[in-house]
Write a protein that binds this ligand. Structure first.
Ligand code: OAD
Length: 246
């Protein structure tokens, strides 16, 4: 990785103006989580249809089985330096917000305050019938098919499944951040999933500079990225942090 490129990125982040982070599964790889796509990704082990809402309606038990396995793993994970650097940069006023596609909660665990969870959360689940929210606690995890205490309807984690819409409040909040952004730092995402990826394309169309951190090129790299920093999120963000704090 060329130092010049890292310096360029650090300069853009330091300039006055709204800086928004857009993160994906890659930022949590160094916390021990797998990505979805590519070698060793979750979709090599499971058919993505397990996260399809029509599939969940037909066979919720099989989706719950996979989710419980994933959630158990999430509980054991800790934020890595990439999450921690972002939290520190927010505290010091260099970063305004994070829009994440991740449901792992690691940005918040690292101390980031303004985090928009575009694909929902694993902290709660809702009844498919009466919509009552429940916290996703150990008791629920122990059941083969978690059901609502009020009406016995099937519970579904509040994460966005394929075929479901994004929470309108979340769309509004992330839209506001996108419009305000002068710089967007895109970290650890393939950029293949819509409508989430539209946030980055929209920011670019609105005039934001796009800084990208990823060991591999993504859907953004050769189309809209201004500064591509090839490498792991932890390694590159540690470098940027050092330069910004000088
Ligand atoms: P993907 O699995 O599509 O992409 C992960 C990206 O992380 C790839 O571009 C990798 O090159 C990159 N990567 C791997 N290791 C990294 C590291 N150490 N540092 C930085 N980057 C690294 O994951 P997402 O783009 O997050 O949606 O996937 C988007 C959505 O697809 C997810 O939110 C999920 C999934 O289906 C839903 O569940 C709705």
């Amino acid at each position: 990785m060329e130092t010049k490129e890292i310096e360029k990125a650090a300069e853009l982040i330091k300039k006055p103006g709204h800086v928004v982070v857009f993160s994906g599964a890659g930022i949590s790889v160094e916390s021990g989580l797998t990505t979805f796509r590519g070698k060793g990704g979750l979709y090599e082990k499971y058919n993505p249809s397990i996260f399809d809402i029509s599939n969940f309606r037909k066979n919720p038990e099989s989706s719950w089985r996979v989710m419980k396995e994933r959630f158990k793993k999430l509980e054991e994970c800790e934020p890595n330096d990439a999450h921690k650097v972002l939290a520190d940069l927010e505290e010091k006023g260099f970063i305004n917000s994070i829009i994440t596609q991740n449901i792992d909660g690691l940005h918040q665990k690292a101390g980031s305050k303004k985090v928009i969870e575009f694909h929902g959360t694993m902290r709660t689940c809702s009844c498919m019938d009466c919509k009552t929210k429940h916290s996703l606690n150990k008791e629920i995890f122990e059941k083969t098919l978690p059901r609502c205490e009020k009406c016995e309807g099937v519970l579904k984690p509040d994460i966005v499944f394929f075929g479901e819409g994004i929470n309108p409040e979340v769309v509004e909040q992330s839209g506001k951040e996108q419009f305000k952004s002068k710089v967007m730092i895109v970290i650890g995402t393939s950029g293949e999933v819509a409508p989430a990826n539209m946030i980055v394309f929209g920011a670019k169309a609105g005039g934001a500079k796009i800084i990208e951190i990823n060991p591999e090129p993504s859907a953004f790299t050769n189309t809209i990225t201004d500064v591509f920093l090839q490498g792991s999120a932890r390694e590159i963000l540690n470098e940027i942090h050092k330069i910004i704090l000088i």
